[in-house]
Design a protein around this ligand. Structure first.
Ligand code: ATP
Length: 333
């Protein structure tokens, strides 16, 4: 049995985490979830958004899965998600975006995977008040940060037999920061003779993805562009309820859905747990539990084909709990 830290989060986090846990346990995977609380709920009881026992649990288990955690806007709170990525130097954010049979959208056969640098850029938290009327935010891009994410994208391409990596920047305007990121991507690309580096500017990439999404597969980019592109790509395949994510460092990984805590539907038994369940599938694969990962993925695809067993955000009629029950019934051991 391997112990995994579970942070349920808040908003719909509580409902989808419960669903995810039930599904993973139903596969019989040798995993024991160790639940710890962070975010608003922890703040109310301990006065801290990220209590020490959460960090202790992640450091010990080295693998965690978390529901969305709301960061109170303004008030000087730093995003817990960003803090966790920095704390454990989880520099690779992988976000796969795929079409699902039965989920109707304008496009079919989309298969993107975004490699997003996860620790630098405008997310470095270096903001400065110049006066009441002028604020600055500093964009940090380093050679080391750029190189390690570029390498991950190219290694993934090599491992999966892909022939192209698309790097997305605004290097024509941010010549130093984005220029460095692009230069480093070119250097890394030169080590992979069979993989082309395609260079696209972020504004053009948004249009290209909407017009010709099938032309892209592996997308390498910085923190902010990656965040925006993943929501754009989510929109191509049926929305945020379907998109999982992994934050991976050298020895610690935290898995989480791309979406937030969706306060508009929290507590209503409406949330789609697919994104977090697919994040669990990525976690199982990371732990070399391929059989359990495939079992969940196959059953999920069956659920999504049928409006009666998918949730309202993807034009279905199932509640979160109905979806979960049907999914568990469909797991083929
Ligand atoms: P954050 O800033 O934390 O990302 P947000 O409110 O901007 O949060 P989300 O919480 O991701 O964004 O929600 C955006 C929209 O997508 C909301 O209308 C929400 O209801 C919907 N949504 C997000 N996740 C899900 C889900 N798992 N199931 C159903 N709808 C979802």
């Amino acid at each position: 049995m391997q112990s995994v830290t579970l942070i349920p989060g808040d908003g719909i986090g509580l409902e989808i985490s419960k669903s995810m846990q039930q599904v993973v346990e139903a596969t019989g995977a040798p995993i024991k979830f160790e639940e710890v609380v962070a975010g608003q709920i922890a703040y109310e009881t301990t006065g801290e958004l990220l209590p020490a026992n959460v960090l202790e649990s992640i450091s010990r288990n080295k693998i965690a899965i978390k529901g969305p955690i709301t960061t109170p806007i303004g008030k000087g709170f730093r995003s817990i998600n960003v803090q966790l990525r920095k704390e454990y130097d989880l520099y690779t954010n992988m976000r796969p975006v795929q079409s699902h049979e039965g989920v109707e959208t304008r496009y079919d056969n989309i298969d993107h995977i975004i490699f997003r640098e996860n620790t630098e850029d405008l997310y470095a938290g270096m903001e400065e008040k110049i006066s009441d009327d002028e604020m600055h935010s500093i964009k940090v891009i380093t050679r080391q940060g750029s190189e390690r994410i570029a390498r991950k994208a190219f290694e993934y391409a090599e491992k999966t037999g892909a022939d192209k990596v698309t790097v997305v920047t605004k290097a024509n305007i941010m010549k130093l920061t984005d220029g460095l990121f692009l230069d480093v991507a070119r250097e890394v690309a030169s080590e992979f003779a069979n993989i082309e580096l395609e260079e696209v500017l972020i504004d053009n990439m948004c249009m290209q993805l909407v017009m010709y999404p099938e032309r892209y597969h592996i997308i390498l980019t910085q923190n902010l562009y990656g965040d925006i592109l993943s929501d754009l790509c989510a929109g191509l395949v049926g929305g945020l309820g379907l998109i999982p994510g992994a934050n991976i460092g050298d020895d610690i990984a935290i898995f989480e859905a791309v979406h937030g805590s969706a306060p508009d539907i929290a507590g209503q038994n409406k949330a789609n747990p697919t994104a977090l369940i697919l994040s669990a599938v990525m976690m199982l694969e990371y732990m070399d539990l391929q059989k359990e990962a495939d079992m969940i993925r196959d059953a999920l695809e069956e659920m999504l084909k049928n409006p009666a067993t998918r949730t309202a955000d993807v034009n279905g009629t199932a509640s979160t709990t109905e979806f979960t029950e049907a999914l568990i019934k469909n797991l083929k051991k």
